[in-house]
Ligand binder design. Structure first.
Ligand code: NAP
Length: 217
């Protein structure tokens, strides 16, 4: 079964691979990049692929993206954009913890017009308390905040018929994970695709790994 999917942060890494696999499967793919004028490999994907410019901290750009779906449905939303280093604590929080929920909020009307109503947000095991204290390092703290907000909001989304999860994608050999990471981008995305494909009301609200196992909060 195919439909429409929006992948936020598709210029490289995990988001790019999501765009490739959905396009290969014949989906209507909407992929965002900060450099739509120079999309790189994203621009080479064959199939029904539309490329949109999005800096996830820019609320006007998020609004413009939502306008594209005015009167149309969006079936699946995957938010992959994230940052591990090279920005301030405030910027990391804005990108990793604020932006995913700003994007979901703006795209919600389109999701509610969609047929599958599935949302997947990339978090990290670094954001897990796992029975211990709240992560202190900037990256873990931002993903922990994302997880807390997700758990606050998801029950309401569920009443609207949305099924939403957050993922730890593994330690993945993207630019972020580095060449020595044990999980390939392909393996990670294949695993998450299986979870998203099977996502039903009972799985909504959970923190999954790319293997489809539950991760402790
Ligand atoms: N790789 C891992 O081992 C690992 C582990 C745990 C969790 N994760 C999470 O998985 C997600 C994807 O990671 P990845 O490995 O694919 O990382 P990546 O290779 O570094 O790619 C990051 C993506 O996020 C986009 N992005 C960053 N800041 C942005 C902003 N302000 N506005 C719009 N787009 C922005 C980048 O766009 P540009 O090309 O424009 O920079 C790029 O497309 C992230 O949320 C990350 O935290 C990854």
């Amino acid at each position: 079964m195919t439909g429409s999917v929006l992948i936020v942060g598709a210029s490289r890494g995990i988001g790019l691979r999501f765009a490739e696999t959905y396009a290969e499967d014949g989906w209507e793919v909407h992929a965002t990049t900060r450099t739509p004028h120079d999309p790189g490999v994203l621009g080479d994907i064959a199939g029904d692929v539309s490329i949109h410019g999005l800096e996830v901290r820019d609320l006007e750009q998020i609004g413009a993206l939502a306008d594209i779906f005015d009167g149309r449905g969006l079936d699946v939303l995957i938010h992959s954009a994230g940052v591990l280093r090279g920005v301030s604590r405030e910027e990391m929080r804005a990108i990793n913890a604020d932006a995913p929920l700003d994007v979901v909020d703006s795209l919600m009307p389109a999701m509610l017009r969609g047929q599958f109503r599935k949302i997947a947000i990339l978090t990290s095991k670094m954001g897990s308390r796992n029975g211990a204290r709240t992560p202190l390092a900037d990256y873990g703290a931002s993903k922990c905040l994302l997880n807390d907000r997700f758990r606050d909001l998801e029950p309401h989304w569920r009443t609207l018929g949305i099924r939403a999860v957050v993922f730890h994608p593994g330690w993945v050999s993207s630019d972020m994970g580095g060449a020595g990471a044990p999980v390939s981008v392909n393996e990670s995305v294949s695993g998450m695709r299986r979870v998203i494909d099977d996502l039903g009301p009972r799985s909504s609200g959970k923190f999954f790994t790319w293997k489809g196992t539950e991760h402790p909060w």
